[in-house]
Design a protein around this ligand. Structure first.
Ligand code: HGY
Ligand code: MN
Ligand code: MN
Length: 416
């Protein structure tokens, strides 16, 4: 199949303007976004995305987990579509590009194909996956996980946020539950464009990350129970301070992750302290330990060591401790054929590139289980993400979307 011409490029200004328009929905307090899944802001973003897709002549599909599918017809309606996409939901202190670049970059390649009258044999579909971030409803990549058959749909719909609202009820409340069965769609291939969310590409001056693998993830929710007591009148030896127990466990998490360096990482981003009153010794803490590594055995070893050390810390402090696995996935190897299409596209377009392992989890990590999948990464400033100061350049966004378009058009078999 003839490869697209190296002068075939997307409209970088139009992509950038769409990113900036989407960023106006669910603004944060410091220039980024707080557009958490299934909130009114998420609903508003979905409506804007749908209107843009309809302007581009797409037909919009919607499944029972709220996953959106904007389809551009191919010349062969029997051919399985090539899917692209990512997520429009953000962290509470999220950036303007995490996820959004992959969704709107996908829309941009359809817009460009329309402009140039490009036809492909396979249809091309742009996807918005519901609840990639897993902040409001754990775990991350929830709806793409149901689509890939990793999570049971009723289990996923019952996931609760901190206020006790369920995923299913909130999806119905914002009116974005479709009637398509989740996972019924079959894919020829899936490509996800995403910012790196780390420092490597910018530090090396590379335009494109050819993502060969994704590191694995483990989320263990830890509950430590002590005894509430007065912070002023309770003698130190009498205290059963759950907060102090957590602090010692988190110190152990840091030590364990560093001991498995240079690729392993560990931290706790979610921490709830009860009763969280200034003059009450914490009687209970609940926190989630996030361990990651490209090597599954390392993840398992870090989990085991953390639990052993947490039990010893809590025994010495007369505290109780319990563990619950609340998320995780094994390290991912993306499809060599799709990865090769990404690399060939970068080379054809003259973009500097390097192989890279994704540090963050993505919907592509689950979709890789049901379709040939690959990812394309662009740099981000200082490698910063999951922070409202997240930034990329217009050029980086355009380069990533150019590579996405070439990989997709080649895989979808360009006709004209
Ligand atoms: O947790 C992750 O890696 C992703 O950003 N949800
Ligand atoms: Mn993301
Ligand atoms: Mn994210």
């Amino acid at each position: 199949m003839a490869a697209p011409g190296e002068n075939l490029r997307i409209n970088g200004d139009r992509l950038w303007n769409s990113l900036m328009d989407m960023a106006k929905i669910g603004p944060g307090v410091a220039g980024g976004n707080n557009r958490q899944t299934l909130t009114d802001a998420d609903a508003e973003a979905r409506a804007l995305f749908r209107s843009w897709c309809e302007e581009a002549g797409c037909t919009m599909g919607l499944d029972a987990m709220g996953n959106m599918f904007a389809a551009r017809a191919g010349t062969d309606p029997q051919a399985l579509p090539v899917y692209v996409g990512s997520h429009l939901d953000t962290q509470p202190t999220g950036g303007k590009y995490d996820g959004v670049l992959g969704v709107l970059g996908g829309l941009e390649i359809l817009r460009t194909m329309n402009d140039l009258g490009i036809k492909t044999r396979h249809p091309v579909v742009v996807t918005n996956w519901t609840n990639e971030e897993g902040t409001r409803f754990a775990p991350a990549m929830l709806a793409s996980g149901v689509f890939a058959g990793v999570h049971d749909q009723s289990w996923a719909e019952a996931r609760e946020d901190a206020t006790g609202k369920t995923f299913g009820a909130e999806l119905d409340r914002i009116g974005w539950r479709g009637d398509e069965p989740v996972g019924a769609r079959k894919m020829h291939a899936f490509f996800e464009l995403h910012i790196e969310q780390g420092p490597i590409l910018e530090a090396e001056g590379k335009d494109i990350g050819v993502v060969t693998h994704g590191q694995g993830l483990s989320w263990t929710q830890v509950t430590i129970t002590g005894k509430e007591a007065h912070t002023g009148s309770t003698p130190m030896p009498m205290r059963r301070n759950a907060g102090l127990g957590m602090a010692r466990v988190l110190e152990a998490v840091e030590t364990i992750a560093r001991a498995h360096g240079p690729h392993a990482v560990g931290a706790a981003g979610h921490i709830d302290v009860y009763p969280n009153s200034r003059n009450v010794i914490p009687g209970k803490v609940v926190f989630t330990v996030d361990f990651r590594s490209p090597d599954l055995a390392v993840i398992q070893d870090m989990e085991t060591q953390m639990k052993e050390q947490a039990r010893k810390i809590c025994e010495d402090m007369q505290l109780e401790v319990s563990f619950e696995k609340v998320g995780g996935f094994d390290p991912v190897t993306f499809d060599p054929g799709c990865v090769a299409a990404v690399r060939a596209a970068a080379e054809r377009l003259g973009y500097s590139h390097r192989n890279i392992i994704s540090g963050a989890g993505h919907d592509a990590c689950w979709i890789n289980q049901v379709a040939p999948t690959a990812m394309i990464m662009c740099p981000c400033v200082d490698g910063l993400s999951h922070n409202e100061a997240e930034e990329i350049t217009k050029e980086w966004a355009a380069a990533g979307a150019d590579v996405l378009m070439h990989a997709v058009i080649e895989t979808a078999e360009v006709i004209t």
